[in-house]
Design a protein around this ligand. Structure first.
Ligand code: HEC
Ligand code: HEC
Length: 223
């Protein structure tokens, strides 16, 4: 996304939220490996304590109001380059937040936003978005979807699941914007450091642009 578009969108956010976003400092620059650390511990605590889970969910809904200009009211963004967060798996959202914070995933704007959130706000927004319904994407070409289905069934299904809804640590792809999926696959393939994951980097080496477009159309069409 071009920087101008981001800035102009962001300036429409409430002033209080905007300043809060940039005042806080990065407390987790040295984030530990998957499944450990303060964010993970807080999520585990919420999972075993319904009252805490509810409290963090309500906080997450407030946080999501700050993200709504880009990610949509309930996590369904209307822009191809901005990922749908609705229905995304909460552990995946936490892990990506940590990756932005410690620099393993690069996007200057999103890194700044997530560094400014507290542990509770990150856990809360992950709970909130994971619980939102996924809205259907515009209809894709049937031939392209069929081609993508074949490819997905051979290469992607083992990790992302038959319904492309992922698992705790695997992202949901069903209902995601095809433009975002395509751009993400290209980053993995180029190994440009914007995204980093050994499995996805290796899988995309064998993908042509046409394969990527087909698979993106297929997963977008899934409920
Ligand atoms: C100015 C627009 C904008 C705002 C505001 C914004 N985001 Fe984002 N967000 C993006 C874009 C663009 C990406 C994709 C960047 C990339 O490719 O890494 C993204 C990616 C993400 C991802 C990764 C999703 C995935 O599927 O891997 C998460 C999580 C996220 N944003 C959470 C938030 C939260 C929480 C807020 C509010 C506190 C927020 N964003 C505010 C534009 C925005
Ligand atoms: C060996 C397991 C594995 C296989 C096979 C696999 N993936 Fe992934 N995929 C992952 C993991 C793990 C991530 C999270 C990467 C990260 O942390 O950035 C991921 C992330 C993604 C993302 C980013 C999602 C988001 O919201 O940003 C897309 C898109 C994706 N995979 C598409 C595919 C497609 C298409 C295929 C088949 C061609 C595929 N994957 C095959 C494990 C796999």
């Amino acid at each position: 996304m071009n920087q101008k578009l981001r800035v102009s969108r962001f300036f429409r956010l409430p002033v209080a939220a905007l300043s809060a976003t940039f005042i806080a400092t990065c407390a987790y620059a040295q984030a530990p490996a998957v499944g450990t650390g303060p964010i993970h511990d807080r999520m585990q605590a919420a999972r075993t304590n319904p009252e805490l889970e509810k409290k963090l969910f309500v906080l997450g809904r407030k946080v999501a109001a700050v993200c709504a200009n880009c990610h949509g009211d309930k996590g369904h963004s209307n822009t191809e380059e901005i990922p749908v967060l609705a229905g995304q798996n909460s552990d995946y959202l936490i892990e990506q937040s940590r990756k932005y914070i410690d620099g393993r995933r690069r996007d200057t704007f999103m890194q700044g936003v997530l560094k400014a959130l507290s542990v509770d706000e990150i856990v809360g927004m992950s709970l909130f978005y994971a619980a939102q319904a996924v809205e259907p994407q515009p209809t894709q070409s049937a031939a392209l979807v069929e081609k993508g289905k074949q490819y997905f069934g051979k290469v992607c299904v083992a990790c992302h699941g038959a319904d492309a809804r992922g698992t705790a640590h695997m992202p949901r792809l069903a209902g995601q914007h095809p433009g975002y999926v395509l751009a993400t696959l290209q980053h993995f393939k180029k190994r440009d450091g914007i995204r980093s994951n050994p499995e996805m980097e290796s899988i995309t080496q064998g993908m042509s642009e046409a394969d990527m477009k087909a698979v993106a159309a297929y997963v977008a069409a899934l409920p």
